[in-house]
Write a protein that binds this ligand. Structure first.
Ligand code: FAD
Length: 276
């Protein structure tokens, strides 16, 4: 990007040959837009460890700046160290460091906080990686309170995180209030809004319930009203999300991270609408 704002696209790692073929087309198309980097998610408990690594390394070998997401999951320190060393040697210079969630059926094991992963990566690789962490303008579902969640975010920065990417949201006010509270708490690093384009109402509603993202009532009503009319949902969704991004950028958001769901549209449409 020519200005100092930062734009990035997130993928999930494909599991099948068809998925890999499709993602090759998607990343080629989205890469032409000139984002600053791509990121690739990591399945709960480390369940996509190899797929995430393969996707990241394929993209790095294509010369595309790509960051793996990572959590301890069910792995021990030696396996995580091996993985980050492999990433470092392959030329990866950014990691999205997370606690993650446990896959269903493995609930008893303690999840290792993202702060501990940040500390671990810094301890073993110094300043090599730019470390991103997750932030929650509408507050993480497990948080004991709004303020406690901000304090735990601060701990991730104090441990060495460079910037944060937020969970998606549709209330711009929630983001701006959160940023104000983070600044008051002494967090001075950039916090990039994560943006989820709207293409499928049922999936969005289900996913939002799990991750604690609020879909405004008017948005639910409007989307429900479209029923199975995918074209109208896509058109309306692109309009709403473009407006949200415009509002964020006009009021000082330092860039945007797009949860692409491995799709070209609507990410490309929103990007073009924003004139990026
Ligand atoms: P943490 O920052 O460790 O916090 C988790 C919870 O614990 C919060 O409620 C926090 O308030 C609380 N907490 C933190 N420290 C303490 C402490 N010392 N004592 C008590 N409570 C504490 N999930 C995946 O599985 N794979 C992915 O690739 C993935 N990518 C993501 C990308 C982004 C940008 C975002 C926003 C989320 C992503 N997630 C991903 C989801 C994320 O893993 C979950 O939201 C998870 O539940 C929390 O991860 P975290 O890194 O935010 O955890």
């Amino acid at each position: 990007m020519s200005d100092n704002r930062r734009f990035s696209f997130e993928f999930f790692p494909p599991k099948t040959d068809l998925g890999r073929e499709k993602l090759a087309t998607v990343r080629k198309e989205l890469n032409q837009l000139g984002p600053d980097f791509f990121s690739v998610t990591y399945g709960a408990g480390g369940s996509t460890r190899d797929n995430t690594k393969d996707t990241v390394l394929t993209m790095i070998n294509e010369g595309i700046a790509t960051a793996p997401h990572l959590s301890f999951g069910v792995d021990d320190q030696a396996s995580i160290l091996e993985l980050i060393t492999e990433y470092k040697n392959a030329g990866v210079n950014r990691i999205v460091a997370l606690r993650g969630d446990m896959p269903s059926g493995m609930g008893a094991q303690r999840l290792i906080y993202a702060r501990e992963l940040v500390e671990f990566i810094r301890q073993h690789t110094g300043d090599h990686f730019h470390l991103e962490v997750a932030a929650y303008p509408e507050i993480h579902p497990d948080a004991s309170s709004y303020d406690a969640d901000i304090q735990f975010l601060k701990q991730k920065f104090d441990a060495g995180a460079d910037s944060a990417i937020t969970q998606y949201f549709y209330h711009a006010d929630a983001y701006f209030y959160f940023i104000e509270q983070c600044r008051k708490a002494g967090i001075d690093k950039p916090i990039y809004p994560g943006i989820m384009p709207i293409t499928n109402y049922q999936n969005l509603a289900r996913f939002s319930k799990n991750c604690g993202a609020d879909i405004p009532r008017w948005l639910c009503q409007k989307l429900e009203g479209y029923g199975d009319d995918k074209a109208s949902i896509a058109e309306f969704g692109a309009e709403v999300v473009t407006r949200l991004c415009e509002q964020l950028l006009a009021n000082g958001a330092p860039g945007i991270h797009f949860y692409t769901m491995n799709q070209i549209e609507p990410n490309k449409t929103i990007w073009k609408n924003l004139g990026l």
